[in-house]
Design a binder for this molecule. Structure first.
Ligand code: NDP
Length: 326
């Protein structure tokens, strides 16, 4: 498609409900900029919006993250000009598009060294790693941390970021190839055993104690393994539902697991203000510039093949980040 277009959800369901529609290039209003997208980040959350797990008023645009070029600036915008290279995440949905307008305060300026593809691959997932490690779990040096889906988009940033923080990384992934990827990313231990065996292996590695922190974006399928892997008075951070939402549990389960703490955070509460968002993005760019994290783009899909990209991520067939190119 050479004309401007966007994706719109008129109903929820499988990848087949993704529909593209032609649009007029929007005009930025007060405080807004018009962005021509060069790359769009695929995030698992896009599938939750599409399936209805995270309900949206319909019809709804789709997509949370993109990077590109400012093509027009509305009235009362400070600090952004035409041709600035920018990216955003955590805005209202609508990133699956060739063009969109957005509040300027939600936009991050890109350093010259960060391409649009890299920005779309790293910004939302990197800011997730930043808040999980540095502000939610506050991981300390020498602490063993269990990371699920360690070769995935968020996982492949969590592993090197944790290593850079001095943690001992116990990575888990769905197959041996992905476990090898986690090892290359710096994991101290890279496991791919069935979930039922995971806690036993984690306890073997930690001298029976378990880990003080579990970072779990898998959800339903890993919940029991995570509970059984946490050390006494440790923290289970359940931050995603890739295999489905965590089933209801009893407070007594937390007692039985060793007086543990559980939190179910979302990035959007950790970048709730423009200042928090800019600070998180700056920290991610710093980690990229220092070489502590290397952005791994596993696959690129044309935006017109967004449905295929959804099928791939839901089938566990992606590693690292996936970007959609308009
Ligand atoms: P990923 O690239 O990590 O893809 C999901 C991975 O989950 C798969 O590759 C797979 O890895 C694992 N998985 C395990 N079981 C299943 C299953 N039944 N179906 C599909 N995948 C499964 O995606 P993202 O990096 O985009 O996101 C990772 C997680 O982080 C998601 O749950 C997402 O919602 C969450 N997230 C949460 C945020 C927050 O603010 N709370 C922000 C950003 C992401 P393997 O085969 O190795 O097990």
């Amino acid at each position: 498609m050479s004309n401007p277009y966007r994706y719109i959800l008129s109903k929820t369901g499988g990848p087949e409900v993704l529909e593209a529609e032609l649009i007029d290039v929007p005009i930025p209003g007060e405080g807004e900029v018009l962005i021509r997208h060069e790359a769009i980040g695929l995030n698992f959350i896009d599938t939750y919006h599409r399936s209805g797990l995270y309900p949206q008023p319909l019809p709804s645009p789709l997509g949370t993250e993109a990077a590109g070029v400012v093509e027009a600036v509305g009235p009362k915008v400070d600090g952004l000009r035409e041709n600035n290279r920018v990216a955003y995440f955590s805005a209202p949905l609508g990133a699956y598009a060739t063009h969109r307008t957005l509040a300027a305060e939600r936009v991050v300026k890109l350093p010259d060294t960060i391409s649009s593809e890299v920005a779309a691959a790293v910004l939302l997932k990197g800011c997730t790693a930043e808040f999980l490690i540095e502000r939610c779990a506050r991981v300390e040096a020498d602490e063993p941390v269990l990371v699920h889906a360690a070769a995935g988009g968020v996982g492949s940033i969590l592993v090197p970021w944790l290593k850079a923080s001095g943690a001992i990384v116990i990575a888990h992934a769905g197959n041996s190839r992905k476990a090898a990827t986690a090892k290359e990313l710096g994991a101290d231990h890279a496991l791919c055993c069935p979930m039922e065996e995971l806690a036993g292996q984690v306890r073997a590695i930690t001298g029976g104690k378990g880990v003080p922190v579990v970072l779990d974006g898998v959800g339903a399928a890993s919940w029991q393994a995570s509970l059984a892997s946490v050390a006494r008075r440790g923290l289970l951070v359940s931050f995603g539902n890739a295999s489905g939402p965590v089933p209801p549990f009893s407070a007594l389960d937390l007692l039985k697991a060793g007086s543990i703490f559980v939190t179910r955070p979302t990035l959007f509460d950790y970048v709730a203000t423009p200042e928090q968002m800019q600070a998180a993005a700056a920290r991610v760019f710093e980690m990229v510039a220092s070489g502590a994290i290397q952005v791994k783009i596993g696959r690129r899909f044309p935006l017109t093949e967004a449905a295929e990209a959804h099928r791939a991520i839901e089938a566990r067939a992606t590693t690292g980040s996936t970007v959609l190119i308009p």
